[in-house]
Ligand binder design. Structure first.
Ligand code: GDP
Ligand code: MG
Length: 824
């Protein structure tokens, strides 16, 4: 039967679509335009050199690129006539056309793809009744056998392709298979998989997944798997990877009927298992793929032929055939440049060829897939690599080992971090003292010392902690342990409607929520991504730590560890509750199972892990240099101006009076002068712009027991939570301007008293208020950078939602702590 393509139909004629060829993304796009099997298309204008061509479908005019129209199979009027054998009388009625289309649409092109000796030819022979040679030899000539057979009203054209372990470009067989799939566009590929050697055979499957084509797996040699006594839940794996598995024993003809029934079901798009998944290659590679894809998308003609993801992956594998193929497109040079850059970055990061990195990731995918679905017979000895895996992902021991690593990480972060922290602290102190001595007094000196150094210095001291935390997280990722950790957490995470995969972003959230939110990209479905993003802000990031450290050391010197721990736990608890509620109301959808990649264990190199740490730390430093610097200056200015305020009393006169008083000792004099100066400064500050802002929100925060300065800190913390402490530094420090024996912020906080309201005269930072304040800081508005990240990864709606609900919960929680606590 001749095949007619839509591109060949002349102007003015009609045709009925029989099938749309090509990879999944292309088919999806074209079907969304209305080009669906059985629909009538009228060609408006199609001249030989015209591109695009104009069509009318379902009453709409659309234009298709010629290359797109070449992928649409149709029944033309001409053909319908031949098929129906009726006399041509000028017009052919639509009914006849439709009938011919249905008949022609029942031809299914199938290609057999698989490793050598997995039983392709045996299957081919059995199904088609042919007698091709089977046996344990590699083909000398590279060619394909084709056979046609009828089953259940469908005509199958089956092609037996040469056996390959992979679809790269290293052998003529591989190139042949690849060409067949990308140029002949079989409707379905039967991936014949040797069930007795799953790990190796599934490697090819991952490549078919990348190509985004319709695949059915014939799980051949199933008899051998059963003989070995292994257990394989292929249905579960099929659901995870979106490809149906049919067990077969080709040599005995078992399972062949089921296989063909499945082919029909998949061809008619009635199989619920079929869906396109992405093998997750890890953040760095995924980013590289994405960068290349963006360049590919600039030329839509490329996407007609191949899935852009497949092209990008091939380029990252430094595939010459792909590069050559792209040469005919006008953005070839640009794509090449982007790809080369991406490869260079990856290779520098991993210290390995990019091709190897991708191969490893594929095996990680297979490992993870089989870990959940495949049980080897007891007698089988495993490799040492496996033994380590068995302990680390052990149903019982996995948890204590994991918690030990977590404890080690946090412990190291704080103990190791305290040394460089002290050095930086001393350095910052020395710097401001030195500047104090060389700069002339005035607003500029105040700006530099109180504004810039006071603000940024208070934040930069935490840099070592953050880098150490990131170092540990990167180390766990690089060794491959993080993937195991998510694996063992999977069951627990399922209880709150998430997957083990969400666990990595959540742990990263303890470092900084921004990279954590970006890490949600590794999750395959949007529902999981958004849910994870929403609860990530409850993971107390390192920026909030300074607030806790300040208040805990000042107010809770006895139970430091316990209080700190309780705050983190409250965060985690709220995350769980939020996830549970969100699962009920917004994400009550059926879960789709998926593979959790288990990348190979690696000995990480210091260089490698340092680079990864640095990638994450960079964001923190960038925030330092921009948001925090800007905010520090702004806050300082808002607190510094206006300079001329009207005081309630004439402080200067009172100070002069004290000085003139000869009856007082020098000590008493100094004390009294200091008292008036402090009074004056706090009154001035209260009337500064920021003071007025703080007072303005007093009605909202006074039920929480806060003074206006805490209110200001909360406002400024919107930019970044580190600024909460720097603001407190600036606001409370300024109070004590006259104090010569410079006290620490801790002592100053302890001495704070309310100056107005019902609490006038009472201490501000009672244990209750301090605890409530820490809870508030933990929960409310994460920070501008996080909101921007959520907006980027999800949308404005979720970003707004996060702003509102976090702040709402923060207020309620702090209110409850304060009001209930006050009862006792
Ligand atoms: P090809 O290289 O993929 O075409 O594999 P062949 O069809 O040539 O088969 C290789 C060998 O495996 C032959 O000896 C077949 O008889 C044998 N074989 C094929 N299918 C099965 C099966 O399901 N079970 C068993 N036990 N052997 C099979
Ligand atoms: Mg063969």
């Amino acid at each position: 039967m001749e095949i007619t393509y839509l591109s060949e139909i002349p102007s003015g004629e009609e045709a009925i679509i029989t099938k749309v060829l090509g990879h999944g993304a292309f088919r999806k796009r074209i079907t969304e335009m209305g080009f669906v099997k059985g629909k009538k298309v009228t060609v408006i204008k199609n001249a030989p050199l015209q591109d695009p061509v104009e069509y009318e479908i379902m009453g709409y005019k659309v234009s298709l690129r010629r290359s797109e129209a070449e992928m649409v199979e149709v029944v033309s009027v001409e053909e319908a006539k031949n098929l129906s054998g009726i006399e041509f009388n000028g017009v052919i009625d639509e009914e006849t056309l439709k009938k011919s289309a249905i008949q022609k649409g029942k031809v299914i092109n199938v290609a057999l793809v698989g490793n050598p000796n997995c039983g392709k030819t045996t299957l081919f022979n059995y199904a088609s009744g042919a007698h091709e040679r089977v046996g344990n030899y590699s083909g000398v000539t590279v060619d394909a056998k084709e056979a046609t057979m009828k089953k259940e009203g469908y005509t199958f054209r089956i092609v037996d392709l040469p056996g390959t372990y992979s679809i790269t470009e290293y052998s003529p067989e591989e190139l042949y298979v690849r060409k067949h799939i990308t140029e002949k566009h079989p409707d379905i590929v039967i991936n014949v998989v040797d069930a007795s050697n799953l790990e190796r055979n599934l490697f090819l499957t991952t490549q078919l997944i990348d190509m985004n084509i319709k695949v059915v797996i014939a799980l051949n040699m199933y008899d051998e798997l059963e003989d070995k006594g292994a257990k394989f839940n292929y249905t579960a794996l099929g659901e995870m990877i979106g490809i149906p598995f049919i067990p077969t024993v080709a040599s005995k003809g078992k399972g062949i009927d089921e296989l063909f029934a499945k082919l029909i079901e998949v061809y008619e798009e009635q199989d619920p298992t079929v869906r396109h998944i992405h093998v997750n290659y890890g953040l760095s590679i995924e980013k590289a793929i994405n960068d290349i894809q963006h360049e590919i998308w600039k030329n839509p003609a490329i996407r007609v032929q191949l899935s852009s993801r497949f092209v990008a992956i091939k380029l990252l594998e430094t595939d010459k055939t792909m590069l050559e193929w792209l040469r005919k497109f006008d953005n070839y040079e640009n794509i090449k440049v982007v790809a080369e850059k991406a490869i260079a970055t990856l290779e520098k990061e991993y210290g390995e060829r990019s091709e190897t990195i991708i191969t490893d990731a594929k095996y990680g995918f297979i490992d993870g897939a089989l870990k959940e679905t495949y049980r080897q017979a007891k007698a089988d000895k495993r490799k040492t690599k496996r033994e380590l895996d068995d302990i680390l992902t052990h149903r019982f021991w996995g948890f204590p080992i994991f918690f030990f690593f977590m404890w080690l990480m946090f412990q190291a972060t704080f103990t190791l971090g305290s040394y460089p922290m002290d050095w930086i602290d001393a350095g910052v102190g020395a710097l401001s003292e030195w500047l104090q001595s060389i700069m002339p007094a005035g607003p500029v000196r105040d700006l530099v010392i109180d504004g810039i150094i006071g603000g940024c210095g208070g934040v930069i001291v935490f840099l070592p902690n953050i880098l150490i935390l990131f170092f540990f997280i990167s180390l766990m990722e690089d060794t491959g342990y993080m993937a195991r950790a998510s694996f063992i957490m999977d069951k627990l995470m399922h209880k709150i409607g998430l997957h083990g995969k969400s666990f990595i972003p959540l742990v990263m959230g303890f470092g900084c929520n921004v990279p954590a939110i970006m890490a949600t990209r590794t999750l395959d479905n949007r529902k999981d991504r958004i849910l994870t993003m929403i609860i990530t802000p409850f993971m107390s990031c390192s920026a909030r730590l300074p607030v806790y450290v300040l208040l805990i050391s000042a107010i809770f010197p006895e139970n430091q560890g316990l209080v700190l721990f309780s705050i983190y736990i409250i965060g985690i608890f709220l995350a769980i509750v939020t996830a549970l509620i969100m699962k009920k109301i917004a994400f009550a959808k059926k879960e789709v199972p998926f593979v959790m990649e288990l990348p190979p264990y690696r000995i990480p190199t210091l260089r490698n892990t340092t680079i990864h740490m640095w990638h994450k730390g960079q964001q923190y430093l960038r925030k330092m240099g921009t948001v925090i610097l800007f905010a520090s200056i702004l806050i300082w200015a808002l607190g510094y101006f206006p300079r001329n305020v009207e005081y309630s009393q004439d402080y200067d006169a009172q100070i002069a009076a004290v000085e003139a008083n000869t009856q007082l000792s020098n000590d008493t004099k100094a004390e009294q002068i200091q008292f008036y100066e402090v009074e004056k400064e706090s009154e001035r500050q209260e009337q500064s712009y920021i003071g007025r802002m703080g007072h303005a929100i007093e009605p909202i925060i006074s039920p929480l027991g806060y003074d206006w300065k805490m209110g200001v800190s909360i406002i400024t913390g919107l930019a970044a939570k580190e600024i909460v402490v720097s603001t407190m530094g600036i606001l409370y420090q300024a109070d004590m301007k006259a104090d010569e024996n410079s006290q620490t912020l801790q002592t100053k906080i302890k001495e704070q008293k309310h100056r107005t309201g019902v609490l006038n005269g009472q201490e501000v930072f009672t244990p209750l208020v301090s605890f409530g304040f820490m809870i508030f800081i933990l929960i409310y508005f994460p920070c501008v950078a996080v909101i921007a990240a959520i907006k980027k990864e999800a949308n404005w709606g979720w970003a707004l939602f996060t702003m509102v609900y976090t702040t709402g919960i923060a207020w309620i929680m702090a209110f409850l702590v304060y009001q209930i606590g006050s009862l006792f």
